[in-house]
Each structure stands twice: as C-alpha cells, then as structure tokens.
Design a protein around this ligand. Structure first.
Ligand code: SAM
Length: 239
C-alpha cells in the first residue's frame, strides 16, 4: 500500500480532493460532534489503530443480512435511499468532504434510518482495516474524474484500490460504478476487463446506458445531466 511517512514518523497518504467547503451551520457542526461520534466506526484512523487490526463490521450492524460499502458518497442521497429501501442491510459509507458528511447526517435525522455508518475520511483507510470478504456490494458513484492524463493515477480505480476491493468483497459480490465521463468509463472497463477477478455484467449497450432498477440518482449526477452529460452505469461481479 502506498503510504508515506511524515517527518515525525506518522503515516500519511496523498489525497488531492477537497476536504472543506462553505462554513457549516451551527446545527451541522453539532451533528458532526454528537451524531457522528455514534455513527463513525472506531479503529479506522492510524492513531487509534496503528497496527491496522481488522475491525468487526458485523458487530456494527447487529442483525444485518449483508454489509454494503459506498465510496465517496458526496451528500449521501444514494446511501440514504438505499438504507431506506433495504432496512435489513448495513451500509457503511466514506466521504472526505466534511460538508457532504454534514449533509448526510442531517438526512439521517430527517429520514430516521438506523442502518448506516459513516467513515468521515479516506475510503482507503477504511478498506485497510476491513476484513476479507466482508461486503457483498460496493458503490463507486461518479468518482472524481481527474481528466488530465498526468492526473490519471489519482483516479480511484487503480491497481492498488482494485486489490483492496477484491480482498474485502465476498465471492459473487457486486461492484457498481457510475460515471458521466466517457474516458473514465473506458478506463474502468479496460482495468476491470483485464482483471480476471471481476466480470463485467453487460451484454448490450442498454445494460450500461440505463441506470440500475430503483436508482435514486445522486447530486453529482443531477449536475452532470443539467450540463448535458449522460451517465454510464457499469456493473461488475467479483468472481
Ligand atoms: C464527484 S463527487 C461524487 C459524489 C457522489 N457520489 C455523487 O454522485 O453525488 C466524488 C466524491 O468522492 C469523494 N472522494 C474522492 N476520493 C475519496 C476517497 N479516497 N475516500 C472517500 N471519498 C473520496 C470526494 O470527496 C467527492 O465528494
């Protein structure tokens, strides 16, 4: 895993996206201190788990049939809709953008769902400490596109993250990736088609041009559509 060290020896990973946006409202700040403490799994950060021991995800969702993971949930609209539609599933989501985390926390209060957990940070940190074969579905929806060629290595779909996904996904688990950027869709299809650990579940163009059944959409997708771009909906299965 590509982890560097700071001068004081603490581990550090490059992250290029935004962590903060507009000033948070008082109510959002409160949720980030009170409610987030209840919903964030312990033992993910390096300080509290320097040996990177696996955390017990099942214990976080007592009674859940399965556990799903959403990477980069943005404002959390998709996670909330999935949690409401599938109350028997535990869903854990990661997001580094703290304003997005605050938005999801407000949504959870309004919707009254009880099957969500949030890692307010880098998905790579969470994947490090997830046990093998622990999730049956992973969502990566509109990942940051990094369109410039010299930035392609920043894309979430890269060999290191694919290895981690393969490790944490149970055999037969589903991986859903949506993107509005044709070049990112090609990047994903190329990377996963050469990887024998995944199968692309598309027989004809309609399979990736149409959203998944019951698809609630996402905030980023709505913006892309307003700007005239279309989604590509790519479904893979972990062999
Ligand atoms: C283009 S936005 C899409 C957000 C949301 N999925 C949607 O469709 O509205 C990509 C999101 O991924 C988050 N992100 C990027 N890399 C991440 C990482 N390594 N771990 C967690 N979140 C990440 C970004 O902060 C950003 O909010």
């Amino acid at each position: 895993m590509t982890v560097s060290e700071r001068d004081d020896g603490t581990p550090w990973r490059n992250f290029y996206g935004r962590r903060h946006g507009k000033t948070l409202r008082k109510g959002q700040k409160e949720l980030l201190t009170t409610r987030l403490a209840e919903l964030a799994p312990k033992g993910v950060g390096w300080e509290e788990n320097p040996d990177r021991n696996p955390i017990d995800l099942k214990a976080l969702f007592p009674g859940a049939r399965e556990i799903w993971l959403e990477i980069g949930f943005g404002g959390g609209e998709h996670m909330l809709a999935m949690a409401a539609a599938h109350p028997g599933i535990g869903i854990i989501g990661c997001e580094v953008y703290i304003n997005g985390v605050a938005m999801l926390l407000s949504g959870i209060e309004r919707a009254g769902v009880h099957n969500l957990m949030i890692h307010p940070g880098d998905a790579r940190e969470l994947m490090d400490v997830m046990s093998g074969e622990s999730v049956t579905q992973v969502f990566l929806l509109y990942p940051d596109p990094w369109p410039k060629k010299r930035h392609h290595k920043r894309r979430f779909v890269n060999p290191e993250n694919l290895d981690q996904l393969v490790r944490i996904m149970a055999p037969g688990a589903a991986l859903r990736i949506a993107t509005d950027i044709g070049d990112y869709a090609r990047h994903v299809i190329e990377a996963l088609s050469r990887d024998r650990r995944f199968v692309w579940l598309a027989d004809r163009p309609a399979d990736w041009r149409a959203p998944w059944e019951g698809w609630p959409g996402t905030r980023y997708e709505a913006k892309a559509v307003r700007e005239g771009r279309k989604g590509h909906y790519l479904s893979f299965r972990r062999v």
